[in-house]
Design a protein around this ligand. Structure first.
Ligand code: HEC
Ligand code: HEC
Length: 402
């Protein structure tokens, strides 16, 4: 007889309830099982078995601060905070209102709706592997230096959640169900905005993606320029276009910016640090010629820096889960991936601060002029970056019962 079995028979010989509650005595928040549903033992967030291809390329890029390492209890608390509508001024909006798991932690709106129905200035971004984003690169205009700083900003945003940090501390300190969760992580039930920031940052950082068909392919070949055996012929063509293999002069097309450091000169492996598939996002904000000039409502990084030559520069967003995070661009102006490809193929405009990577030899906007088949292939390739496992994984889902 197994230990499990004899234990359960033993249990049955006693009063069921007594046994059950004894079992539960160590559980985080068991008294609040009518409020949230958390597992007896926290899910594993801290001991992740990354694929080699993943760890090879991100050395030095892990942005986890030494005073806030990921722990299972820390992420569990962060998860509850992330899904809690009590985090907004009128209890209507949580982080998850605009960062929905099945949409790669983005939403499907052009602009998101805040707590009073107002609309955000920009399109909500998805995130995966944000723990490997470069420093000082959070938000479309890179205005947040770290994830710890970033996560407190929507809480205080007038449109998004409308809280003050003091107000938030008072409000959460009055909610009993946080007691065991904060106690588990910080050894005290006292809630401060610093602790909220740490736990939320841990949750966002714990959202790892490495189970896409792309990851399978790179695992099998360890070479981004080889055909992936698990890809269709069309997806492999799309990959070649993305990596610049089809472009004369070998100017990396999409990879130049979306696979950082994969410059045309570095075609052999191992790629240098950071030339990675982990984030599919460049360290530099850039201007891809969406507008003809800077006479627009939002100049992104240029406004943030106060340097006009960066007008129209925006974060190079991660392409992980890109299939499900539309609409696209900082203002959500492009509805589909087909529209995005059409932009790069024929619509790049001659903005005065257009990225050098977007120009041809004459300094004019470079159009890829893809055939319809090539455009389809590029879209098909981007869809290999969807992480279906992550987008349905219960450990990142809403723990609240209502
Ligand atoms: C009302 C909608 C809304 C709410 C609520 C909201 N966000 Fe966001 N989030 C956005 C938008 C819009 C952006 C992009 C804003 C920008 O770049 O200026 C964003 C950006 C982010 C980013 C940056 C990702 C990157 O790649 O730089 C992170 C991380 C994030 N939010 C986490 C959170 C957390 C944590 C919460 C809860 C405390 C939260 N958000 C609440 C809409 C929202
Ligand atoms: C010069 C650098 C650069 C190059 C080259 C480049 N991109 Fe981008 N990409 C960006 C930047 C910057 C943005 C965000 C622009 C904005 O919103 O203003 C972006 C946005 C996107 C988006 C939308 C992401 C989102 O979350 O809304 C997709 C999809 C995309 N690029 C795919 C591609 C593909 C495919 C190629 C090759 C045909 C490519 N990119 C080439 C820098 C680049």
């Amino acid at each position: 007889m197994t230990f499990q079995k004899s234990l359960s028979i033993l249990c049955l010989t006693f009063l069921f309830i007594a046994c059950n509650s004894d079992d539960n005595s160590e559980i985080a928040g068991d008294d609040y099982s009518d409020i949230y549903n958390l597992p007896n033992t926290p899910y594993n967030y801290s001991d992740i078995n990354f694929p080699d291809t993943f760890t090879d390329y991100v050395i030095g890029f892990d942005n986890t601060p030494t005073d806030n390492p990921i722990t299972d209890d820390g992420v569990t608390l962060g998860r509850v905070l992330f899904y809690d509508v009590n985090m907004s001024a009128n209890n209507t909006v949580s982080c998850a209102s605009c960062h929905i798991q099945e949409f790669g932690f983005s939403d499907n709106k052009i602009k998101s709706e805040g707590f009073e129905g107002g609309h955000t200035f920009r399109n909500s971004m998805g995130f995966a592997n944000a723990g490997f984003y470069g420093a000082e690169s959070f938000f479309w205009d890179h205005r947040a230096e770290t994830l710890e700083v970033q996560v407190l900003m929507p809480l205080q945003d007038e449109v998004e959640m409308g809280m003050t940090l003091e107000g938030l501390e008072t409000k959460l300190n009055a909610l009993d169900y946080y007691n065991p969760l904060f106690e588990n992580v910080f050894g005290s039930t006292q809630i401060t905005s610093d602790k909220i920031s740490k736990a939320l940052a841990q949750f966002v950082r714990s959202i790892y993606s490495f189970n896409t068909r792309y990851d399978e392919g790179i695992e099998a070949t360890n070479n981004i320029f080889m055909d992936f055996p698990n890809f269709t012929a069309e997806e492999n063509i799309g990959k070649d276009i993305f990596n610049g293999k089809l472009t004369p002069g070998a100017i990396g097309t999409c990879a130049t910016c979306h696979l950082p450091n994969t410059s045309p000169l570095i075609f052999e492996l191992p790629l240098p640090d950071g030339a990675n598939q982990v984030v599919f996002s460049g360290a530099e904000p850039d201007n891809i010629g969406l507008d003809i000039d800077d006479n627009v409502e939002d100049n992104g990084y240029g406004t943030f820096l106060g340097v006009s030559s960066f007008n129209g520069h925006f974060k190079t967003p991660s392409l992980r889960n890109i299939e499900v995070t539309g609409p696209y661009m900082h203002d959500g102006r492009l509805e589909t991936l087909e529209d995005v490809v059409e932009h790069y193929s024929t619509e790049v405009l001659a903005h005065p601060y257009l990225s050098a990577h977007m120009k041809d030899g004459n300094g004019d906007p470079r159009h890829l002029d893809l055939t319809p088949e090539e455009s389809d292939a590029l879209v098909a390739f981007m869809k290999t970056l969807t992480d279906h496992e992550l987008n349905t994984d219960i450990k990142y889902s809403n723990p609240f019962l209502d």
